[in-house]
Design a protein around this ligand. Structure first.
Ligand code: SF4
Length: 364
């Protein structure tokens, strides 16, 4: 029987795996063993699961199959960052980035092939959207990429908008932290969103990881120029949402702020940013724009970044400046883009219209 008439058994939660075991006449316990083989021992071949009974393995192989992502290419930066081009079953590709830093090894995972959000500073945004990833394709990025060391932290910040693929992303996040799976603690998992205001509290309610929101602008006019999503979810509503978030444990939202030279890096921007977030607990991560051949924006000078950060610090805000990693291999934030993709470059206004058409907004 070919794999395409069998059922994919990857990307299931423990409970779902128990149910599959029962479905073929075995105890739920066998489903848990199976879950561990796939998600902890990283085995994608039933015949190698030696502590499962022969009968169970035979039935599994008759009805199910275990696909696995492949590594199409791998590029290593001089700072140790590795960018993987990950091959999927249907020959689509996404990128994942391994970032070793001091006491942690972070993996940046993709959640969609391409992206609908059309952010004008982002190389992925120029690819357009192809499809959502399934939970197993996200879990496999963690399990089956040859990283030099065990991954300790996961950031859902690769290609795609995670909240636009809500159910599959939540499932993957649950598997990441399962004690019978990869066992990555929820404090070490961060989901980054452009700010889909209607889904943020729903994510917080799952209590599956940290929340980071890409802000990147301090007025609606400015932010909408680089993030078309602002047309639908403007800054005031986003801030209201953050102000009223009900976290289940002691957490706070992190804002990512990408500094672009002469666009959003002025003193006035810093003061405006400080006042936007001054009345609720949060943290600000400053990033400097990573230049790439597809987009004309420039990186600010270091002095400008420090001056911007100092203004935030003077307002008693927690503001860190994150050094970019992997810039020499285009693996840094905003640089991910699968090489085969044709250039769909357009003006920011054209791209904004494509991602969030004015006509569709009027209907909401
Ligand atoms: Fe999509 Fe994120 Fe790129 Fe925006 S920054 S286009 S949400 S991948």
């Amino acid at each position: 029987m070919s794999p395409d008439v069998k059922e994919n058994l990857k990307g299931l939660t423990v409970q779902e795996m128990e149910a599959k075991s029962v479905e073929i006449g075995h105890a739920p316990f066998h489903g848990r063993q199976l879950f561990r083989w796939i998600n902890q021992r990283k085995v994608s071949d039933f015949s190698l699961m030696t502590d499962l009974s022969k009968d169970f393995r035979t039935k599994l192989a008759e009805k199910f199959y275990l696909p696995q992502v492949t590594v199409a290419t791998k590029e290593e930066s001089k700072d140790g960052t590795i960018k993987f081009l990950v091959g999927l079953e249907d020959n689509e590709k996404v990128e994942a980035v391994y970032i070793p830093f001091e006491d942690r090894n972070t993996l940046c995972i993709s959640t969609q092939v391409g992206c609908k959000m059309g952010c004008t500073f982002c190389a992925t945004g120029y690819m357009g959207f192809t499809r959502n990833l399934k939970s197993w394709e996200m879990v496999d990025q963690l399990l089956h990429l040859p990283t030099p060391k065990e991954v300790s932290n996961i950031v859902l910040m690769g290609m795609g908008e995670p909240l636009d693929n809500f159910d599959e992303v939540m499932k993957a996040m649950a598997i990441f932290q399962d004690p019978m799976g990869p066992k990555i603690g929820k404090r070490h998992i961060t989901l980054s969103t452009v700010g889909l205001t209607n889904k943020i509290q729903k994510f917080v309610d799952t209590n599956l990881g940290n929340l980071a929101i890409s802000l990147h602008g301090t007025t609606d006019e400015q932010r909408a120029l680089i993030m078309p999503v602002n047309r639908k979810y403007p800054i005031a509503g986003l801030m209201d949402c953050c102000r009223n978030l009900k976290f289940k444990s002691r957490r706070r939202v992190t804002f990512e702020y990408l500094l672009i030279r002469d666009f959003n890096d002025s003193d006035e921007d810093a003061y405006r940013l400080a006042s936007l977030v001054s009345d609720f607990p949060c943290k600000i991560n400053l990033l400097a724009y990573n230049e790439n051949p597809f987009i004309d924006f420039k990186r600010p000078k270091d002095e400008r970044i420090i001056a911007f950060q100092n203004i935030l610090l003077s307002k008693d805000l927690t503001a860190t400046y994150r050094l970019s990693r992997g810039r020499d291999i285009a693996a840094a934030c905003g640089q991910l883009r699968t090489a085969e993709t044709t250039n769909k470059k357009g003006t920011p206004a054209q791209r904004a219209e494509l991602a969030f058409p004015a006509a569709s907004l009027a209907a909401h």
